[in-house]
Design a protein around this ligand. Structure first.
Ligand code: HEC
Length: 152
């Protein structure tokens, strides 16, 4: 019993202490000249879908949910955001070269088709990211048209 109490005590102390590790949640400013939805003048409906379902991890406009302020969950959230941005950051779309743009449009369509994006764990806490079949199709069509007409 004594040992169990000690374990609980030190676990709680540990939990409190990790809350003090600094974390950078400041978003970099968005340049409208290279931001995907602005450069492409994305139609309102598609723009809303992208912002609701992708922009939290693939842009510099991340809105952190409340649970993202509690360690160690915050570490996982931040690592997804860092990882997501590193691979595809819609906020800097205009700086990508032709190959990268084509590649990203192609992979985005694949991810939407196979429902690997938005990340399944994220959807659980974000109703607005729960895309319907029709919404997935709309995004796929939008990316596909851009790819085929080479207007990326
Ligand atoms: C909760 C965070 C999160 C959301 C929301 C999210 N992604 Fe991702 N995405 C990631 C992470 C993390 C990776 C890298 C790891 C992986 O591939 O699983 C990634 C990878 C990708 C890749 C692959 C890039 C490559 O190099 O292969 C594409 C494309 C992509 N996401 C598109 C999207 C699209 C489109 C949406 C919206 C419909 C979306 N993502 C929503 C976190 C997210």
């Amino acid at each position: 019993m004594k040992t169990a109490k000690k374990i609980i005590f030190w676990t709680l102390v540990g939990f409190v202490l990790i809350q003090f590790f600094p974390m950078d949640r400041v978003n970099k400013p968005v340049d409208s000249k290279v931001n995907f939805v602005q450069v492409k003048n994305t139609p309102e409906k598609v723009r809303t879908l992208l912002k609701n379902a992708c922009y939290d991890c693939h842009s510099n406009e991340t809105v952190y949910p409340k649970y993202a302020y509690v360690a160690p969950i915050s570490w996982s959230v931040k690592s997804h955001v860092n990882d997501g941005r590193q691979r595809l950051n819609f906020s800097v779309w205009g700086t990508y070269n032709k190959e990268l743009k084509e590649n990203m449009l192609d992979r985005s369509m694949e991810a939407l088709k196979h429902k690997t994006m938005p990340l399944p764990g994220y959807i659980v806490y974000h109703d607005e990211a729960k895309l319907t079949e029709a919404e997935r199709t709309l995004l796929i069509q939008y990316f596909d048209e851009m790819l085929k007409s080479k207007t990326y």
